[in-house]
Design a protein around this ligand. Structure first.
Ligand SMILES: Cc1ncc(COP(=O)(O)O)c(C=O)c1O
Length: 454
């Protein structure tokens, strides 16, 4: 379609907007009128604004692409869907249909996976806080429990004693893979000998059987080689515990941490340029496994990728509800979605697209959310033409960590929909209302009487 003529304008260069890479592509104006073929306006008219929209096609494509990258390089691969990344039931169901185990990090997530129909033996139970009751249930149901600390190890020994059987477990390792800062607060440290001591303690206790090793080196890891170093250390440790304590390791769970193509604040190169491809990560892992494992050894390789699978499958549609000029002349907008729904706004520079072509001169603008809180900013410095009240903003990628961390704070949480492969739109979570806020509140009788000032 021919774009309408616009008068050329000369803009004064403002320090800070340019850099040695030129203007960041994040500032260029884009239009997105549909998501997987469904018009944005239709989605909003049926389900309201703001609205989380997920693409089943993207979810399945990304899963298959990533699973293919690893399984073509190593014959024994399983994925564990990281629930905390997005535990909307429909999103989890797509992952489970694709063959994924559930990876949970709390009793709440464990219950959610069970309620979803996932059997205990297809659940990986991670995390630093697992109550004795949660551990007992998980042990009873045959979950893969990765021990985080010695107290948990003792709890599990007591549970094994009570259940009068051995309990199979894994332990979480933290190690130096070259990534800084090192995530050393979870699990047992490898290099200091702490992890080996824990396994020794397990062996001496005689009630737990070590079956797996787990390690998650961090999130948004931009260096593929870090995974190669991690895997090599894990395999060497597996052989060490086999030699010293006769435990045979059946699974190596290397966690997640693979980046999505979201843009981190302050990065000028586009993620397409600055990030390794998923094949490069898989290559590092595959190569490390084949060089470190003894011929014939094929332990299960488990991956718990979250962000890389779901981030780009999610959008948030928001609406401009007011336009402003700040005292310094900056153009500002108030949108109906803010950090209450976009937790990752603190470190992502989102793609913010308009649902239609808007004419006029671009100006550096600020987009505020709806909260009466100074921190509620979605973007500062985005170049936008003059927007009218009612303009739709299509914000992406938001599939990872935004819905699970959304807050019922000042505003209700909005609806979520899933666009199916055939373009059908299913409501997968209703918009909240007052009953969601008040359902569990109790008002003491003495406070029910009218006050003096009433
Ligand atoms: C144990 C564990 N596994 C998997 C993940 C998923 O990480 P990501 O979304 O970076 O792939 C996390 C996230 O922090 C985690 O802590």
């Amino acid at each position: 379609m021919k774009r309408p003529y616009e008068k050329p304008v000369i803009n004064k260069l403002v320090t800070g907007l340019m850099n040695k890479y030129g203007r960041s592509p994040a500032y260029s104006r884009k239009v997105r009128s549909e998501i997987d073929g469904v018009p944005v306006e239709e989605l909003v008219s049926k389900h309201g604004s703001p609205l989380y929209v997920y693409s089943e096609r993207t979810l399945r494509q990304r899963y298959r692409r990533m699973y293919g990258a690893f399984s073509t390089r190593y014959p024994n691969v399983a994925f564990g869907w990281s629930y905390k990344t997005n535990y909307l039931a429909a999103v989890c169901a797509v992952m489970h249909q694709e063959g994924s185990l559930a990876e949970v990090v709390s009793a709440m997530e464990y219950e959610k996976a069970r309620a979803q129909g996932v059997p205990g033996n297809r659940i990986i139970f991670n995390g630093p806080h697992k109550s004795p009751a949660a551990l007992e249930k998980a042990a009873h149901e045959g979950a893969m429990i990765n021990i985080d600390n010695l107290d948990e190890l003792y709890d599990l020994e007591a549970i094994a004693k009570k259940l009068r059987r051995h309990v199979h477990v894994g332990i979480r390792l933290n190690l130096d893979s070259g990534i800084q800062p090192q995530w050393s607060r979870f699990g047992f440290n490898l290099e200091s000998g702490q992890a080996l001591e824990a396994v020794k303690r397990m062996k001496n206790g005689g009630r737990l059987v070590l079956k797996g090793l787990h390690c998650h080196i961090g999130t948004y890891i931009m260096e593929a080689a870090a995974y190669g170093r991690q895997v090599k250390k894990m395999v060497e440790f597996a052989y060490e515990v086999e030699k010293s304590f006769a435990f045979s390791i059946e699974y190596l769970d290397i966690g997640g941490g693979f980046p999505s193509h979201s843009r981190l604040k302050g990065s000028y190169l586009s993620p397409e340029v600055s990030l390794p491809s998923i094949d490069e990560y898989a290559e590092e892992v595959g190569r490390a496994l084949s060089s470190a494992l003894r011929p014939g050894d094929v332990p299960k390789l488990i991956l718990e990728s979250g962000r890389a699978l779901v981030d780009e499958a999610g959008w948030l549609i928001s609406t401009v509800t007011a336009t402003k000029r700040l005292p310094d002349g900056t153009r500002a907008y108030v949108a109906d979605a803010g950090v209450n729904l976009l937790f990752t706004a603190f470190w992502y520079k989102f793609n913010i697209e308009l649902d239609r072509e808007v004419g006029g001169v671009n100006e550096p603008s600020v987009i505020y959310g709806p909260l009466c809180m100074n921190i509620d900013v979605i973007d500062e410095g985005i170049l936008l033409p003059p927007l009218l009240r009612g303009t739709r903003l299509v914000i992406s990628p938001v599939g990872a960590y935004n819905h699970t961390q959304s807050m019922q704070f000042i505003e209700y949480r909005p609806a979520s929909v899933l666009v199916a492969m055939d373009g059908t739109v299913d409501l997968i979570r209703e918009a909240e209302d007052l009953t969601d806020m008040t359902r569990r509140e109790k008002l003491p009788a003495r406070l029910k009487a009218e006050g003096r000032g009433a």
